[in-house]
Write a protein of this length. Structure first.
Length: 129
């Protein structure tokens, strides 16, 4: 039985991005050893999008893993941007897409995470059978 999803984020400065997840986003974590934090993130859903080249990461044995883009979902984008702004987090200009209202959060490492208020039904509240 699959019990969850483990998301890997590659960062050029993992220490500051871990602190951002802990201190700014408020995600709880466990220490897997040597300060390697594993975060409890909000409920997750997955969508499969077409791509010209599916693999973007190789395992040690040469297997290609799917690439991914991470978006955090919120129910009020304006309020979330204000909350993040109070913590000195920079967001890109807001864009309205067919599927939601979106921005990008700039992490301390320089990388980014998508943030959006969906216009579509979400799978967040679906119950396991």
């Amino acid at each position: 039985m699959i019990i969850g999803t483990h998301i890997l984020l590659n960062s050029e400065n993992a220490e500051v991005d871990r602190a951002f997840f802990r201190d700014v986003l408020g995600f709880r974590s466990v220490d897997a050893g040597h300060g390697w934090l594993i975060f409890a993130v909000p409920p997750t859903e997955a969508a499969i999008h077409p791509a010209e080249k599916a693999g973007s990461h190789e395992t040690d044995d040469g297997q290609s893993l799917l690439g991914a883009v991470i978006y955090l979902l919120c129910d009020d984008l304006d309020a979330e941007i204000k909350r993040l702004s109070a913590k000195k987090v920079k967001c890109s200009p807001v864009k309205t897409e067919r599927w939601g209202i979106t921005t990008t959060i700039r992490l301390p490492s320089g990388g980014g995470l998508g943030l959006y208020q969906p216009k579509h039904p979400t799978a967040i509240d679906l119950k396991r059978k």
